[in-house]
Write a protein that binds this ligand. Sequence first.
Ligand SMILES: NC(=O)c1ccc[n+]([C@@H]2O[C@H](COP(=O)([O-])OP(=O)(O)OC[C@H]3O[C@@H](n4cnc5c(N)ncnc54)[C@H](OP(=O)(O)O)[C@@H]3O)[C@@H](O)[C@H]2O)c1
Length: 249
Amino acid sequence: MSGATRNLRALGAAAAVTLMACTVAVAGAAGAAPASQAPLKIGIIGAGHIGGTLASLWVKAGHEVLVSSRHPGQLEGLVRSLGPKARAGTPREAALFGDVVLISVPYGALPQVGRDLKAELTGKIVLDTGNPYPQRDGDMAVEARRKGTGVSSAEFLPGVRLVRAFNAINSGDLASEAHRSGERIAIPLAGDDRQALEVAQRLVTDAGFEPVVVGPLSRAREFDVGTAVYTRLMSAAQLRQALGLKQSR
Ligand SMILES: NC(=O)c1ccc[n+]([C@@H]2O[C@H](COP(=O)([O-])OP(=O)(O)OC[C@H]3O[C@@H](n4cnc5c(N)ncnc54)[C@H](OP(=O)(O)O)[C@@H]3O)[C@@H](O)[C@H]2O)c1
């Protein structure tokens, strides 16, 4: 029921997450910034097409972001355009900063990010947008596609509370379709951690899309590159039907 106000239960304080257990009212009106309580601190590793766009959408929704780069000075313009709720830093600083960490890097960089930031990321809710492309990422991408990205990313990011998210929409559509009028575009999610999925759903809603939980990480492959739902801009009902999921209402 697009456009209706809906209540999402925010994640209770757990592990390193500093969220208050509370009910959040999310304004679903087209174009409106959601009025979520208890803004989150979101660390963004990889502030490119997807990470930069999500940083902007989440700042507009009231969250605080730390966008990161291996060359943080290059993010000055982005941070200026995002305003006081944004700052720039290194990937390590982003991992430390975030209640939630978005990792949006070329898939081939995921093993190194997982190794280098293991201590900082352990126990954190991590949203992973990466898609493996053999021509860009090499042989590891062939293996990741074979296993499915949910299983593969979990191997590269041990110890995190992982959710596959925002991998099945193009960055241009992410920018242009956010908070669109009428039925929102669905974003498929997969994860094994219930609370991490709740936070991911909240962040999809706050970005202006409709979350659809497909299932555990093992089902992330159902919306990987090359599937029938990948980048198709479906409504939640269409996505659920295409994936054989129960309709929510
Ligand atoms: N573009 C799309 O439409 C789209 C859609 C869905 C999913 N995806 C997937 O999402 C991921 C990000 O895509 P994108 O298009 O946003 O990529 P992008 O524009 O190329 O940005 C990737 C970012 O990753 C950072 N990065 C690269 N290597 C890194 C490393 N070793 N450690 C830390 N940061 C590193 C880069 O930052 P610095 O070089 O500044 O450090 C860069 O800003 C990819 O896996 C892609 O396949 C993309």
